[in-house]
Each structure stands twice: as structure tokens, then as C-alpha cells.
Design a protein. Structure first.
Lengths: 334, 533
């Protein structure tokens, strides 16, 4: 087990190097001179040359990469081209908002997705199953920006019961400690702010949870169906155990293993989905920030944030794999 | 429906507290994040909308016109030769950090913009910022500038000496970039001043929450009278539809950046009102003069008769567009009202093409090297105020051209590539436009036509036009200048140098509770007159 853990961890290094080359390369493959985009219609040739030199864009690409990776290793993700602020500090300041949103979404997806999947498998081909499958299919194919707009329109504009965006109301004054607003408000015992923050979280979390929820529900259903056809389930039933005990204690525990992997994989999708969700709901996390930076071609931010997200995804998948081994005693790694 | 709505309301109502009222606060929905809040180094409208509330300049634009009126300078005189300007500053004005606004502070600001060796100029350049507008409007830094001397000749008297008379001088000073900052605050904050701005304006800076909002509070000692609201919040809402949603939901009071299709939605909604910003923007089609066919004026003339501008403006500008007859928008004082536009007449266009030897139509063009290639009409990949839906507009124009036998291939490129190709003169026929900076006709015409044959302008060379524009730049009397600009527009028209398609009046949407918002052509709008009922 320990050997497996070490081996598995070492595979992360080439993956991350590959990611850094990709992130660096992609941005340079996008057509257009970032200096010109920044200067717009008013650009004079001298200005363009000056800006290119300032950004180091006039050097050969391998040199640019060498300089970049050397800095990254030292924890320096560069400074924003547009604003001049250090990228890493800005990233860390915005990351809590994204974590808060993604956590809410995954909790929602798991809390609803697993029961739906289980119910769907247990009452297979019933009306419950059909509805659940229809829901799951719709969810998987729902464009998140459209869903987000519709949710905001219905609950924010038509019913006016939930805000259409942001983390807190305009009038709310609050001094966060960690930028995890919900955590901070709870720790500070500031209940009005907590209520306000939760109200703002509902719609974006619901929008972001839709796809993972559907995937988890489908995966749980498939996995449960497989387990329910096993012989030990028949044995358990023959022993006279209640259906609830059979399903929850014997079937679900085993069926959850593949679901766990899927949940781990969803983290990457959640961070990608966060870019759209945050943009629609003006949620001040890294998604919105990346979107704005892509628009203004702030290379440094797009590179830094992509690398950061890639590290998170690789890390979470590593943890899932290790967890998988720890949770399932039947699996041996030699 | 009604029952389920009620049920939903009940469920949600139990879980959530109601929305707080927004009394005394004016919330403006902006399209994005400010770059920073130091007016001297910014160039974008989102940032300058905020800095205009925090700072004042020596002079400012009156109401919704581009005429100049006193601000921090109460009055001024100019010498007969147009070179020496003497300003009397308003007394008893203080910056938000309680330091006094006097002639020395203004001199300090000029030196910061102007002298590349000034400590607070140098540090900005090192941090990657440039004083771009100073360079553009006053000819450059140090000795290159048209400004020769700036001195305090009394505690509240300022004298500026120019090397040559500069006709748009006051209009330049009214731009947001030349608003006066507190020298002490700039020296304390250095390059971070853009995050902690201190001016003399109607509102004081309170807080900037990144990617969310900037909060300002009223300056009760404002020389121009106490602002009508206590707080201003400028919220960053990226998505146009979502911003309109927030306005309809009552979360914001005002917004910019309406989709053209949403103009009708706002007009229909009884709780909302629509204001149009006076037009300061013109969209055009430019010819590449290296193309042999376009060197024939009859061909260009045929294009002018072939395109149905009115139909395009009516269909694709959401009711906020105007047909352009010339480069300057009608709000500028150099606008030529006498100029008669080319009428829409496919028959005339066909006749002109026939005379030019294209009776069979025109679909290929001849390059400098004599090679034939298909005629490509380049359209912009990005929406700009002057062409809000570039693709649809290009398709409409292509259809008009096809009717008279001109067949174009539509093509676009990523925005930076597009601008790059335009700069290098590689586009045979293309769309672009301009939004004015300071309300001066020079700012529209000279950048484009003062350097005949520039690749950036499709190699269009009209030395006589350039001569008129350069004379207008030096003339002191506005009457004389206006005459020269009218003449320049007529010359450009007679030569069919370029086709001017449309002006747009960018729409702003407000809650009906908002009163006293005065839209300005340059987007320089002041919030101290705004009331929220």
C-alpha cells in the first residue's frame, strides 16, 4: 500500500510538467498579439513594440517558457499584465469563493444524487425510475449558462425571492477573516450575514450542481443494479433481513466505490463549470476572474490560474485513488 | 401556476430574509472590473466612470455637451497668440485627505504627467503603466510635449505656457485623465494610488472589493454642492442579460451595456426608463487603396449608392442608431449640416459600375502585383458601440452589394489579428469605427487623415485634406476651426474616401426611481446630481 502510494504520487510530476507545457503552449497558439489586443484601435507601432518588450513577448518562445517555469517553481506566477498585481496573491484571495461554491455544489449533488440513484435502482422501471432517469438525462445535457440565466430570471426577477448574483447584498458590511464568507460568518456568530450569504449561494450552487448531480445519480443507479444482482444480496435477503438493511448496509456500501471515483472526477468539471456559473452570477471567485482575464488577454493570469486549477484537479484525483485503496480492503496493490 | 408560485414563495420565504431597502444608495451596474482608479494612467470607460466621481479637473464638459465650463478653475484667460493660459483656481477646496487644492498641487500633477523623471511618473512606468493620454493629447513627454512651462504665479493662480497654440487645449483638459489628484496621497501610496484614490470630487473612495464592487460615499464639503445620495456602489456584472435581470429585480438602479434586442424590453417595462447617450461614435467601411479597382472613384461611389444605411440602422441598432453622413457625429461642433449624403439607389450604383467597366459585376480585385483575387469584405469579430452586431450588419451590407452585382466574401478574424491586419494595410475592404475622446473634431479626423498614405488607413492619401486638418489644429478661433472641419468633411465626401455608415447612441437603462442622471457623449457622467426616490 505504501509503495503504491509513493508510486502513484510520483506519476504526478510528469503530469504536472506536461500540464505546464500545455498551458504555456496553448496560450501562445491563440491567434493575435496580446499587446495589440490590449492597446486596441488606438495602437501605434511604437507602443506595440514597447508593450511586447515589456511582456517579454519579443523573446524566443523556449526562453519565455524557461523563465516562466523557473519562476513557477519558486512560487512566483508573475504579475497581471493589465493591473500589475501578483497573480498568486490574487488567486489565493479569490479561491475561497470558488471553493465555497464548488463545495456547496458537490454537497448538493451527492446529497440528492445518491438517494435518487438508489431509489431508481431499487424501484427499477417504476415511475420513480423513469422520472429520475429523465431528470438525470436532462441534467447532463443542460447548458449551464442557460440554466443559470433561467434560475436567476425566475427566482430573482419574477419571484424576487433570491438575489440574481453576488455573495452578499450591497448594504451588507462584513469583514471576513479568511474570505470563506459562510465559515467566517459562522465563526463570528454573525447570523444575518450567514443568512445573506446562504441566500446568495442557493442559485449558483444549484446551477453548478446540476450536471454532477445527474452524473452521480446515473452512476449510483448503474452500480447499484450491478450489486443488487449479486449472490450475496440474495443471501442477505434469504436470511430475512429487511429490504432497507439489504439495500443500505449490504448493497450501497459496495456500490459506492465507483461512485467515489466519479465524485473525484467531478471536481475538475466543477472548476470548469465554475467559470460559467461565476460569470453568470457575478460570483467573485477564480472562474469569473479567469473569464475577465481571457477577455482582456491577461496571459499571466490565464496561465497562472490554469496551472493552479490543473494542480488542484491532479491533487484531488491522486487523493481519490489513494482513498479508494484505503476504503476497499479487497483491493491489493503490489 | 398561481398555487405553485404561492407555495414556492412560502417555502423560500420561511428560509430567507427579505431584501433590504436601498435607500440613500445609488447602485450602478457596470460591464466589468475597473482596471484601476488613478485617472492619469487609465484609458477605459469602466474605470473612468468611477474616477470621475472621486476627482475633478480644472475644467469639465457642460451637461451633455462637449463645451467646456469651469470646475476647479473658476476662470481663465488666454494670451492673444494662444500660447499662455492663466487659470484662477477655486478657493477653499480640499482634497479628501484634507490637504488644500492650490496652484502648487496642480503644478505637481502636471509635472507628474509630463516629466518622465518625476518620481511618481517613473515608478508607474516601471510598474508597466504609461501616461498614454498625456502623450497622445500633449505631444509627448519632457521636451517633446507642446507644454513648455507650468508654474504657480500665486497661491491660486496657475500659468501654462505652450510652445505652439493648441486649439483643443481646453477640451483636452476636460478629459477624465487630467483630473487633479492629491499630491500627498500619490506620494504616500505610489503605484498603489490606483487602489486608494484621493481627489476633490463629490464622492470619497471607501472600498474596492475585487470582481464585485467599488463603494464611494458622499463628500459633504463638495464645492459643487452636497451630493443627493449618501453612497454610490458600482457593481461589476459581466453578463448583459444578467445585468438587466439585476435591474429588473431591483438590485441595481442603473446599467450600461444593453443588448440591442433588450432596448425594447426596457421600453416596455413600466418600472424602467431608457436614456440614450448622445452619439460620439461612428462606424465606417474603409477601402484599401492598393486595390486597383478601388482607385477608381466611380467604384467607390457605386458602393456608396448601393448600401441601404437606413434599413441597416432601423433593423440592427435596436432603435438607438443614426444614419451617418460623415465622420464626425452630429454632437460635434465641426459637424457639416449642409452635407448631402449619397442617396440609396441601386440603379445609380449599377450605372456607375457600368461606366467604370464592371457592367458584369465585380467579384475579383486586382492587387498591386496585378494578381486577381476574390473580394473579401472583413467584418469585426467583436461588438463595438458603433457596430453592435458586426456580423449581421456585414451580412446586410453584403446583400445590398450583391443586388448591384458586387459579390463579396465575408470573412473575420480574431480581434487582435483583425487590428493587426488593418494596421499593416492587409484588409481589402473592412469595417471599423471610432469613439471620440474629448469632443474635439480634431480627435475624430486628424488621427485618420493627417498622415496621407498610412498603411493603417488602407493607404488613403489625400494631402489637400491633411493640409486643411493641420491648419484647423493650429487655428485659435473656434469659428474658423469649425469652418475648416466642415470643409474637410465635404472634401472627404466628394472623394468618397470612406463610407460612413452609422452613429450609435449607447443606451442606458434605469429604474424609474432614478432622477437627474445626465448622459454624456464621452461617458463622463457625474453621479452627484443623481437622486434615488
Amino acid at each position: 500500500m505504501r509503495r503504491y502510494a509513493i508510486q502513484r504520487s510520483l506519476t504526478v510530476i510528469p503530469v504536472l510538467l506536461g500540464v505546464s507545457v500545455l498551458v504555456f503552449g496553448f496560450i501562445h497558439l491563440i491567434p493575435g498579439d496580446p499587446a495589440l489586443t490590449m492597446l486596441g484601435e488606438r495602437a501605434t507601432p511604437e507602443k506595440v513594440t514597447e508593450v511586447r518588450a515589456r511582456l517579454g513577448l519579443d523573446r524566443p518562445i523556449w526562453q519565455q517558457y524557461g523563465i516562466y517555469i523557473g519562476r513557477v517553481v519558486r512560487g512566483d506566477l508573475g504579475v497581471s499584465i493589465v493591473r500589475g498585481d501578483p497573480v498568486l496573491a490574487d488567486l489565493l484571495r479569490r479561491f475561497p469563493a470558488t471553493v465555497e461554491l464548488a463545495t456547496a455544489a458537490i454537497v448538493l449533488a451527492v446529497a440528492l444524487g445518491i438517494p435518487i440513484g438508489v431509489a431508481s435502482a431499487v424501484w427499477r422501471n417504476s415511475i420513480v425510475d423513469s422520472l429520475a432517469r429523465l431528470w438525470a438525462l436532462t441534467g447532463v445535457s443542460m447548458p449551464i449558462f442557460w440554466l443559470g440565466l433561467m434560475l436567476a430570471w425566475f427566482f430573482g426577477v419574477e419571484l424576487r425571492v433570491l438575489p440574481t448574483g453576488f455573495r452578499l447584498d450591497t448594504g451588507t458590511t462584513f469583514a471576513p477573516w479568511t474570505n470563506f464568507v459562510i465559515l467566517d460568518a459562522t465563526l463570528q456568530g454573525n447570523w444575518p450575514v450567514l443568512a445573506d450569504a446562504l441566500r446568495h449561494l442557493v442559485l449558483p450552487a444549484a446551477a453548478l450542481a446540476t450536471i454532477p448531480l445527474a452524473i452521480i445519480a446515473r452512476m449510483t443507479r448503474a452500480s447499484m443494479l450491478e450489486v443488487l444482482s449479486r449472490e450475496y444480496i440474495r443471501t442477505a435477503e434469504a436470511k430475512g433481513l429487511s429490504q432497507a438493511a439489504v439495500v443500505l448496509r449490504h448493497a450501497l456500501r459496495n456500490a459506492l466505490l465507483p461512485v467515489l471515483t466519479v465524485i473525484g472526477l467531478q471536481v475538475g468539471h466543477l472548476l470548469a463549470g465554475a467559470i460559467l456559473t461565476e460569470t453568470i452570477f457575478s460570483w467573485p471567485g477564480i472562474g469569473l476572474w479567469v473569464y475577465e482575464s481571457i477577455e482582456s488577454r491577461d496571459y499571466a493570469i490565464v496561465q497562472g490560474a490554469s496551472l493552479f486549477i490543473a494542480v488542484i484537479v491532479v491533487g484531488v484525483n491522486l487523493m481519490t485513488d489513494l482513498l479508494y485503496a484505503a476504503v476497499d480492503p479487497r483491493i491489493k496493490y503490489d | 401556476m398561481r398555487l405553485s408560485r404561492l407555495a414556492l414563495l412560502l417555502v423560500v420565504g420561511v428560509c430567507f430574509t427579505p431584501m433590504p431597502a436601498l435607500a440613500q444608495t445609488f447602485v450602478f451596474g457596470a460591464q466589468g472590473e475597473p482596471v484601476q482608479l488613478d485617472p492619469a494612467v487609465i484609458t477605459d470607460g469602466i474605470s473612468s466612470r468611477i474616477t470621475r466621481q472621486i476627482f475633478d479637473g480644472l475644467v469639465r464638459y457642460r451637461g451633455s455637451t462637449t463645451e467646456v465650463e469651469p470646475a476647479l478653475a473658476e476662470k481663465w484667460e488666454v494670451s492673444r497668440d494662444g500660447r499662455v493660459w492663466t487659470f484662477q483656481l477655486r478657493r477653499n477646496v480640499k482634497f479628501h485627505d484634507d490637504t488644500p487644492l492650490d496652484a502648487a498641487a496642480v503644478v505637481w500633477n502636471f509635472e507628474r504627467w509630463w516629466k518622465s523623471g518625476h518620481a511618481q511618473h517613473e515608478n508607474q512606468v516601471k510598474a508597466g503603466q504609461t501616461f498614454e493620454y498625456w502623450e497622445a493629447q500633449f505631444g509627448g513627454f519632457d521636451d517633446k510635449s507642446v507644454v513648455a512651462k507650468v508654474e504657480a504665479v500665486g497661491t491660486h493662480t496657475l500659468r501654462i505656457t505652450l510652445k505652439d497654440p493648441q486649439a483643443p487645449f481646453l477640451a483636452n483638459l476636460a478629459m477624465f485623465v487630467f483630473d487633479i489628484a492629491s499630491p500627498r496621497a500619490v506620494e504616500t501610496s505610489g503605484t498603489e494610488f490606483g487602489k486608494r484614490p484621493v481627489g476633490t470630487g463629490a464622492f470619497k473612495f471607501v472600498e474596492w472589493k475585487p470582481n464585485q464592487e467599488v463603494i464611494l460615499e458622499a463628500n459633504p464639503d463638495y464645492w459643487g454642492g452636497k451630493p443627493k445620495v449618501k453612497r454610490v456602489v458600482v457593481r461589476n456584472i459581466k453578463d448583459n442579460s444578467q445585468r438587466l435581470g439585476a435591474l429588473k429585480a431591483g438590485e441595481i438602479h442603473a446599467m450600461e451595456g444593453l443588448n440591442p434586442d433588450d432596448v425594447a424590453v426596457v421600453k416596455r417595462d413600466s418600472s424602467l426608463q431608457l436614456l440614450l447617450r448622445p452619439t460620439n461614435t461612428t462606424g465606417y467601411i474603409a477601402f484599401n487603396y492598393k486595390v486597383k479597382e478601388f482607385q477608381d472613384k466611380r467604384v467607390r461611389h457605386a458602393f456608396a449608392h448601393a448600401i441601404n444605411k437606413k434599413a441597416i440602422v432601423d433593423a440592427l441598432y435596436g432603435g438607438t442608431g443614426l444614419v451617418a453622413t460623415q465622420f464626425q457625429p452630429p454632437s460635434l461642433w465641426g459637424y457639416n449640416r449642409e452635407l448631402r449624403d449619397f442617396e440609396y439607389s441601386p440603379a445609380k450604383a449599377q450605372e456607375l459600375l457600368r461606366q467604370a467597366g464592371f457592367a458584369q459585376g465585380l467579384s475579383d480585385i486586382t492587387g498591386e502585383d496585378g494578381k486577381k483575387e476574390p473580394l473579401i469584405f472583413w467584418y469585426m469579430s467583436r461588438s463595438r458601440p458603433y457596430f453592435p452586431n458586426p456580423k449581421e450588419i456585414a451580412e446586410a451590407m453584403a446583400a445590398d452589394l450583391a443586388k448591384v452585382g458586387i459579390k463579396v466574401e465575408l470573412q473575420t478574424a480574431e480581434w487582435a489579428v483583425y487590428l493587426d491586419k488593418r494596421k499593416n494595410g492587409q484588409l481589402s475592404l473592412y469595417m471599423l469605427g471610432w469613439t471620440g475622446d474629448n469632443g474635439d473634431p480634431d480627435n475624430f479626423l486628424c488621427y485618420f487623415f493627417c498622415q496621407p498614405g498610412a498603411s493603417r488607413e488602407g493607404f488613403y492619401a489625400n494631402p489637400a485634406l491633411a493640409d486643411v486638418l493641420l491648419r484647423a489644429q493650429k487655428a485659435v478661433s473656434q469659428v474658423e476651426r469649425a469652418r475648416l472641419y466642415r470643409q474637410a468633411e465635404q472634401m472627404l465626401h466628394d472623394d468618397v474616401g470612406r463610407l460612413f455608415i452609422a452613429n450609435n447612441q449607447p443606451p442606458l437603462a434605469f429604474s424609474k426611481r432614478v432622477k437627474g442622471y445626465v448622459p454624456h457623449p464621452t461617458g463622463s457622467e457625474y453621479f452627484h446630481t443623481v437622486e434615488v426616490q
